[in-house]
Design a protein around this ligand. Sequence first.
Ligand code: NDP
Ligand code: 7N6
Length: 310
Amino acid sequence: SDIATIGVHDSVTDVFPASVFRDALADAASDVRVVSAGDDLSPCDALVTFSYEDRFLEAGLDWIHSIQAGVDRFPFDALQERGIALTNSTGIHGDVVGETGVGLMLAFARRLHVHRSHQERGEWRQPDWDDAFPLRRESACVVGLGTLGQGIATRAAALGMDVTGVKRTPLPVDGVDRVYPPERLHEALADARFVALAVPLTDDTEGMMSTAEFAAMRDDAYLINVARGPVVDQAALVDALDAGELAGAGLDVFETEPLPDDSTLWDREEVIVTPHAAGFNDEYYERVATIVRENLRRFDAGESLTNRVV
Ligand code: NDP
Ligand code: 7N6
């Protein structure tokens, strides 16, 4: 292969041990080595990484693979100028993020988060007669219908929910009753008990959920964000929650991560905070290795790369 030496940047350790990933990939290239912050990258032809550093641009790399689907931190133009290919890890999170997204809906409907909070205080406390509701009669609007969105939509549909969604190319999607274009976002949001965000962070999606969108949503609606924090105007979300214009929110991602200690989002009963954990699972390293192996084969065969972003 043209790619003889692969660096595994130890930032991947946020998600899985770098050494476990290195060992999983050892059969695929002649030299797979873990590289740390200070290490020389020049021996590497390719780099598998979680974080981005500017020095990646000057290291003579042919290819960078991001272990995330979201590559909003990478400078596409600078990579392009230097002829460095960038690939991402979309395609591997549909089941786990789908389970987390629908799991948050289940928690709100079945009050699981409230029961857990009471348990921590040793309190036996049944809900009011009309606090809990069946998910089956409810509707979900999934904004972004790629890997994540379809993972959420099919699981919501399997629980009997009505599912609508939003994407720029509004072609039919399995399990989704109606697909709206972004121009009709407010219409799509209006009837949904749950709005789940699953779009990438781009210039178009930054702040796409703000005051007007929360006003367009039902007062008893819950916002689920497993996409990226800046897709939501977080100050506007807090205002909408305070004003009772939304019932609550399940948030895996935030404008600033980790969520600062003094954030007002920590202490609200109807806000569930998860620490950018929706995608975590014990197969993560192997799923990434499968994409990297396939692209090594394609490099070898002179074929175009899968999951290519730049
Ligand atoms: P995909 O590329 O598979 O899906 C993205 C979807 O968003 C597509 O359906 C696309 O459809 C749609 N989309 C893009 N732009 C817009 C827009 N302006 N308005 C409406 N829809 C839009 O990506 P994934 O599903 O794999 O991941 C999505 C994002 O979720 C990632 O970029 C990442 O930021 C985040 N993520 C978070 C995780 C977590 O741990 N919380 C885990 C994995 C991903 P179309 O092109 O037709 O618009
Ligand atoms: C690590 C997070 C992505 O974009 O942010 C997520 O893929 C992954 C589990």
